[in-house]
Ligand binder design. Structure first.
Ligand code: 3HC
Length: 301
């Protein structure tokens, strides 16, 4: 009991225990890079099936990383895979899994009500000094954290897909995020090997604010009949050095996600032309063609 009460009040220097809530694509990637940096990770999802799926996707991704790092050394590859997987525990219980966390990262569905409920549960069960963050790509931190009693320890950690490969982490502060919280989030980002940039709580932060309207501009160019999707993709890859063209990227990220982000912004800022919806995208999403994950989006897979 003494040890437990001592550790609960001790001053924390560094994030060691990370709880990631939501075992989808982003949550799995965040768990993986945290475990790879030797942090203790608990990956939480209400759905056992999602946790199983996350386990196998983390395993295949860490194998790719290991192959790259230790090209001619099968033993070293196996060791890295085993060590990383060994750092990740899974749970279906939010309360239990955040009790010992230094940092909680939420990566669940982009639904404000569900997120608010989750954060109430997290704040109730976590220590007073636990950093509480969201990986939201499109919602305002101000709205998500509205009911938190202590907003100074709340901020945003926005990762990019595929998390193990993309080097950037956007660290987002809203009006009440403390300097201490912000600095600790930056330190966490560095500890998992990311380059961090500082963002305010504005739509899309930096990357999505530029990238999503660019994708919709490509859609409009195509909808006007000015160029084919294939030619636009070729042009942006070979003429601007992007690794994927805007349509390939849309299929990769998920057309439902792109639509969701833009619809939210359009509702909030109806007069902003950069945020206007695309009929073609709406049609594809309505037909269940959401990109690579469904086998068809702009392209067939
Ligand atoms: N896990 C581990 N490693 C992976 C991986 C994964 N999931 N995916 C790719 N890699 C590694 C591969 O092992 C490979 O390593 P190597 O070069 O040493 O062999 C390297 O990454 C390149 O992979 P590939 O050869 O398979 O394919 P590409 O060269 O085409 O690269 C890509 C794939 C990295 C996805 C590249 O196409 C790219 O950067 N695309 C743009 C991605 C992007 O813009 N992401 C941001 C989207 S926006 C977002 O996420 C925000 C959200 O809020 C919506």
């Amino acid at each position: 009991t003494f040890a437990r009460s001592f550790s609960a009040t001790a001053v924390r220097n560094k994030v060691n225990n990370v709880t990631v809530i939501g075992a989808g694509l982003m949550g799995s990637g965040i768990a993986q890079v945290s475990a790879n940096a030797k942090l203790n990770v608990v990956l939480v999802d209400s759905n056992e099936g999602a946790l199983k799926k996350a386990h196998s996707s983390i395993e295949s991704s860490i194998k790719r990383v290991a192959k790259k790092l230790h090209a001619d050394d099968a033993k070293a590859q196996e060791k890295l895979v085993a060590e990383t997987i060994g750092k990740i525990n899974t749970s279906t219980n939010v309360g239990d899994s955040v009790k010992n966390a230094d940092l909680v990262i939420e990566a669940i569905v982009e639904n404000i009500e569900i997120k608010r409920k989750l954060f109430a549960q997290v704040e109730e069960a976590a220590r007073k000094d636990t950093l509480i963050t969201t990986n939201t790509s499109s919602l305002r931190l101000e709205d998500i954290g509205k009911n938190l009693k202590d907003k100074t320890r709340f901020g945003g950690l926005h990762f990019f897909n595929p998390v193990p490969v993309m080097k950037l982490l956007e660290v987002v502060r809203h009006t009440e995020t403390s300097d201490k919280t912000f600095n600790e989030l930056v330190d966490y980002g560095k500890s998992v090997g990311k380059i961090t940039v500082a963002c305010k709580d504005t739509p899309g932060f930096i990357v999505n604010r530029l990238l999503v309207p660019y994708m919709f501009e490509a859609l409009r160019l195509h909808e006007r009949g000015d160029a084919s999707m294939k030619d636009i993709d070729i042009a942006m890859k070979l003429g601007a050095g992007y690794p994927m063209g805007p349509f390939e990227l849309g299929d990769y990220v998920g057309l439902d996600t792109c639509k969701f982000i833009m619809d939210g912004w359009h509702k909030q800022y109806p007069d902003e032309p950069a945020f206007s919806p695309s009929p073609l995208l709406n049609k594809l999403v309505d037909a269940g063609k959401t990109g690579r994950k469904s086998g068809e989006g702009f392209y067939k897979y």
